[in-house]
Design a protein around this ligand. Structure first.
Ligand SMILES: C[S@@+](CC[C@H](N)C(=O)[O-])C[C@H]1O[C@@H](n2cnc3c(N)ncnc32)[C@H](O)[C@@H]1O
Length: 244
């Protein structure tokens, strides 16, 4: 049988948010690769080999997946959320650029529910008008780029979804991001802290930006900064469809 590589998104955590297309790919797989906590979401079965790895090993993992597919495996690389959003799909294509011998392999990218959309749905409709998404990790880009994008997004009055806000190895960045947005005049904007959305310990909290503190976010939190018109209605937060 010809080998294939599927790059699949497992959604934000709940099994109910795994798409039928992704479930079918997992059921047909011979090999599953990914960051260990994501691979742990796939139940073991006979005929399936699980290859968990560390979270800084994306290129190595992508090369290993391509190699296994070239050898005839039905290989699935898993990401949380959507595999094209700050996840494995780009890493696979980076690996493929360096490996012309694998460029004709059958490769599919299967979408998943990204954290930003799952979080927005819980809060109401904070992404109902124009928005952008920024990864606050400076592992793969300089902090100056992040700061510039935050400033320009604030100036353009986008709602801003912030992935990877704060980790043990990057405790400072999120505080700096809040300071940049406060300096850009966003202090009165609503900010949603959506933690572990769709998991058992899910938590969601909304405050004004000038009340937000760095400790309100961790690596399991997706932060959405509203635009200047974003408001509350009852327990919901939404961005109206009209801009001013
Ligand atoms: C490396 S990024 C991966 C994003 C993923 N590909 C996606 O589409 O959601 C990891 C970040 O996604 C966010 N995230 C992932 N799952 C989440 C969840 N269930 N609840 C809140 N945020 C989540 C957090 O900001 C976390 O630091």
């Amino acid at each position: 049988m010809r080998g294939t590589l599927t790059i699949a998104g497992l959604g934000p955590g709940s099994d109910a948010l795994v798409t039928p297309e992704v479930s079918a790919a997992l059921a047909a797989a011979t090999d599953i690769l990914g960051y260990a906590p994501y691979v742990a979401r796939v139940p073991p079965r006979s005929g399936l080999k699980l290859h968990p790895s560390d979270n800084r090993e994306e290129l190595q993992r992508a090369n290993e997946a391509l190699r296994l597919a070239a050898e005839g495996g039905q290989v699935v690389i898993v990401s949380s959320g959507d595999p094209g959003v700050f996840a494995m799909a780009s890493a696979v294509f980076e690996a493929l650029e360096q490996a012309p011998q694998w460029q004709e392999l059958p490769i599919r990218v299967l979408p998943g529910v990204t954290a930003m959309l799952a979080a927005a749905a819980r809060a109401g409709a904070p992404l109902g008008h124009d928005f952008c998404a920024i990864n606050l990790s400076d592992n793969l880009k300089p902090w100056a780029v992040i700061e510039k994008r935050l400033r320009l997004a604030a100036e353009a009055d986008f709602a801003i979804a912030m992935y990877n806000p704060r980790s043990v190895s990057r405790p400072e960045g999120f505080g700096r991001a809040l300071a940049v947005l406060n300096e850009a005049g966003c202090g009165e904007r609503l900010v949603i802290f959506a933690r572990a959305i769709s998991a058992a310990d899910e938590k969601i909290e909304t405050v004004r930006l000038n009340e937000a503190t760095p400790e309100m976010a961790d690596m399991r939190t997706l932060v959405i900064v509203g635009n200047s018109q974003t408001r509350r209605v009852g327990r919901w937060v939404y961005a109206p469809r009209q801009a001013r």
